[in-house]
Design a protein around this ligand. Structure first.
Ligand SMILES: C[S@@+](CC[C@H](N)C(=O)[O-])C[C@H]1O[C@@H](n2cnc3c(N)ncnc32)[C@H](O)[C@@H]1O
Length: 432
């Protein structure tokens, strides 16, 4: 067996090596290391492999904090110390901006990072009854597989939630519908741990008793979701608090339904909102649009500054709840909300929205190409773009800079999802 030398990391945190001119992406390998590999995907131009033996370990290598690392597909970078993870993600952003966007930010913002364990306040766990295992498994999928990992704990979930994995397995296994409950969604609020059980069949009274007893013993709130996300309804306890999280710095409280989009990492979200607001610097009297606004996570803090804010979003349910959130926070006077498909926006619809001084854009992974193409000469002076995909951010940045004449003043990363290759980025564009 030959050893390969790792030259650098790819966007997913895999080591890159070359053999006879062919690029090999190697999971679990770090730059500077020599590794033996086992290839699991072979193409003409590249291979994908896992490291099986490692020589001269990198100083950045660390012991994974979770015993199921390697089996579970939830994390991919636990073998890399957290400072190296942040540096690698920062480089992914800069490389994407340079190669895809052909832009270089005037300033690199200091990376935002926080606790690296127990940070996940949202998770979609799969539940599957596996006869051979003698019951239900509850957890994330195995790496490169549709099997559910046989995981007894999870280090990126808060400890008390991780400790529920085995009891949840017992609970699901004991239900009459144990084979008809494919998903358990976690939504942690400021006052409760909410679990949404996707039940494909109705529960029988004995199942209901078991759920009540489990909720009382483990202090969780159960919702049942018999159909799509909007069908989720509170099951027990019947007097459970409404679901909300606070953004204390802005004196804002955001109410939500447990299947709504909310940011995965609550503490990092607070810092993200602060940074976005610092960059946007909203002023009373300004007219600002928050595009892809969801429940109003940025809209309401912007409105707190006294600016007039229009939140636009594709989901009618989220817009309805954003409006209620504006009312509950005393911000209906300077906010308005609209449901619109921002991927299909045309020039007429965009013009009808009127002139904005500033935009905040926080699209899904696909980015906001249709939208940025529409920004004309009378477009906003400042755009703050929050993104969960450095490549689509870079693609859109090219249009903003090369076509519309914006300057990329600053960009940086937000380590919203430690130990995974995912990264949140923020970029500030300005035009005279
Ligand atoms: C990354 S989330 C951001 C939400 C919000 N800014 C926050 O911080 O909670 C992206 C949002 O885009 C919305 N979205 C997805 N596709 C859309 C589309 N085609 N048009 C408008 N909104 C869309 C989603 O419903 C989601 O709320």
């Amino acid at each position: 067996m030959t050893f390969l030398t790792i030259e650098s990391l790819d966007q997913e945190g895999r080591g890159i090596a070359r053999r006879d001119g062919k690029v090999i992406f190697i999971e679990g390998a770090l730059p500077g290391e020599s590794v033996e590999i086992e290839t699991y995907r072979k193409k003409a131009a590249f291979e994908v492999a896992v490291a099986t033996t490692i020589r001269n370990e990198s100083a950045s290598r660390t012991t994974p904090g979770c015993e199921f690392f390697g089996l579970c597909g939830g994390c991919s970078l636990q073998h890399m110390d957290s400072r190296t993870q942040v540096a690698a993600k920062q480089r992914v952003l800069e490389d994407n901006l340079r190669h895809i966007g052909k832009v270089t930010p005037e300033q690199i913002l200091p990376a935002i990072h926080g606790p690296t364990w127990g940070y996940r306040h949202r998770a979609r766990l799969t539940s599957r009854y596996v006869f051979k295992k003698g019951g239900a498994l509850v957890g994330f999928h195995e790496k490169r597989s549709s099997y559910v990992a046989d995981m007894k704990s999870c280090a990126v979930l808060p400890q008390r939630i991780s400790a529920l994995l085995m009891p949840l397995r017992g609970l699901v296994s004991s239900l009459s519908i144990h084979a008809r409950m494919p998903q358990i969604e976690l939504a942690i609020t400021d006052t409760a741990d909410v679990l949404v059980l996707r039940n494909l069949d109705p529960l029988v009274p004995d199942d209901e008793d078991k759920l009540r007893a489990f909720a009382d013993e483990h202090r969780v709130v159960f919702y049942l979701q018999p159909a799509g996300p909007e069908s989720a309804q509170l099951f027990y306890p019947p007097d459970a608090d409404a679901l909300f999280y606070k953004l204390p710095e802005f004196d804002v409280q955001i109410h939500f339904r447990p299947t709504d989009f909310t940011q995965v990492n609550h503490s990092i979200n607070q810092v993200l909102v602060r940074r976005a607001l610092n960059l946007l610097a909203p002023q009373p009297g300004e007219r600002i649009a928050d595009l892809f606004c969801g429940l109003g996570n940025f809209t309401l803090p912007i409105a707190r500054s006294g600016a007039s804010v229009t939140g636009i979003e594709g989901s009618a349910g989220l817009i309805k709840r954003a409006q209620v959130n504006a009312q509950l926070n005393g911000l209906s006077g300077n906010t308005q909300f609209m449901t619109m498909d921002l991927f299909k926006l045309d020039a007429e619809q965009w013009a009808a929205l009127g002139k904005f001084d500033k935009l905040l854009i926080d699209p899904p992974r696909d980015g906001a190409m249709e939208l940025v193409k529409l920004i004309g000469n009378d477009g906003p002076r400042r755009i703050v773009y929050v993104s969960c995909s450095p490549s689509t951010l870079a693609r859109d940045a090219e249009v903003l800079v090369a076509v519309h004449g914006y300057t990329l003043k600053a960009a940086g990363i937000v380590n919203m999802f430690p130990h995974t290759a995912h990264v949140e980025s923020i970029a500030w564009f300005e035009r005279e």
